[in-house]
Ligand binder design. Sequence first.
Ligand code: PMV
Length: 332
Amino acid sequence: MKATAVAPSNIAFIKYWGVKDPEIRLPTNGSISMNLSGLLTSTTVEFDQKLKKDMVIIDDRENQDEAGRVSLHLDRIRKLAKIETRAKVVSKNNFPTSTGLSSSASGFAALTVAASNAASQLSKAAGLELSEKELSILSRLGSGSACRSIPDGFVEWKEGDSSETSYAVSLYSPDYWDIVDIVAIVSNEKKEVSSSEGQKLAQTSPFFLTRLNGIDEKIKLCKKYLKEKNFAAFGELIEVEALELHSIYLTSVPPLIYLRPQTLRIMQEVKKWREAGLPVYFTLNTGQDLHIICQKSDQAKTQELLDQIPEVKQIIINHPSKGAWLTTEHLF
Ligand code: PMV
């Protein structure tokens, strides 16, 4: 009755920002990402007849704030498995949560895989063997970007026009391209507004429609540069995309200001390094920390340069990772 899954967080190269239907997290556009080997969530789920309500422990603390959202997600899985049993959920991240490193992506992907596996062991409804597509759809309902942490490596989330048609697929396996994502943590400050809440504000930005009009072309170009392994064109595209995302944040009503002086400082450094001949680019999500993208051959040099910036508190090295997987290393 117990199952454990590990899931990677992912970095979006073309971002998911804006929802057509917030209830089912149906995005206004498709997105492209890479799973991250260094940002992992492990989650153990056990359905237990003795429990009166779900118990949720995240990073060694009983977490009331997240318990509601986790229970709602467990309800989706209980419904599929035709069971009512409550569950104990223990989850651990190997990185700081709620600072913009997409812990909800790895968190909901791990929860979906662990809970659906544990539920299928208990279920009288035989065959709750979910396909990768079904796991991706289910993860999306918990947190949009979580659907991209299910397939392997480099991933595309198809926008879709219904719940059944909005899910992620692998474009390339993790060993396709040895690019590196060095996360530069500048602060452990929690986000004031979560991505889920921010998503609902996207359409209040006067620039949102302009963004949407250009997004299909961007997705096309991103896939083309991935296919060609054209690192310079790819890097330029993803950096412009991240800045565009933040221009939507800044012009939403009310505005979402995630950039910190430290974030801007590193952005300027990256630009200088590039001008000096080092091909590195940045991207970032809903938060202040940066993802510095480089090729494996430039990793050591990039790390060395980042080490010299006092604003960088910690770095986390990521290679492309496979999607969520089951393990027997239970957390309780
Ligand atoms: O899945 P959410 O609601 O946490 O939103 C993710 C939003 C971004 O990280 C900014 C973009 C993305 O596609 O991951």
